[in-house]
Design a protein around this ligand. Structure first.
Ligand SMILES: [Zn+2]
Length: 136
């Protein structure tokens, strides 16, 4: 029985999340500026680090970016893996933090007989944010 490899982005395509890309039918993708009107600037780089510690940039975000909910893992043997992009960035912006620098393990698993083990890829989210002066 053949299995089509399911990507994390396929799983969450219909979910209700803060970041949504692709947008649902008839919906305009929202930028960071749309989601967070208090944001003055944002400059975040997302890197994927593999088991040999090699890293590559998989996303670069600014206030005018339309953030995707997930970044799929590029490990070819990883199943359903990737990064939920919204949780850490959303928390940092809501707390009006000036910087973010977190590492998040891939959520996926790889088959290593006789069992499944966690994917060894890690995502590093690092960058800076600034905020408009409060108007109240
Ligand atoms: Zn993975």
């Amino acid at each position: 029985m053949a299995h089509k490899k399911e990507k994390l982005s396929d799983k969450v395509a219909r979910g209700d999340f803060v970041f949504r890309r692709p947008a649902r039918a008839g919906e305009t993708p929202r930028t960071f500026a749309d989601i967070y009107p208090q944001l003055a600037s944002l400059d975040i780089t997302v890197r994927e680090v593999d088991g040999s510690r090699a890293s590559r940039v998989v996303d670069h975000l600014s206030v005018s970016s339309t953030p995707g909910q997930v970044i799929d893992c590029r490990n070819p043997s990883c199943k359903g893996g990737g990064l939920f992009l919204d949780s850490d960035i959303d928390k940092a912006i809501r707390q009006a933090l000036p910087t973010i620098d977190v590492s998040v393990k891939c959520r996926g698993v790889t088959r290593q007989r006789p069992r499944l083990v966690s994917c060894e890829h890690t995502f590093k989210i690092a960058g800076t944010m600034s905020y408009k002066a409060a108007t109240h």
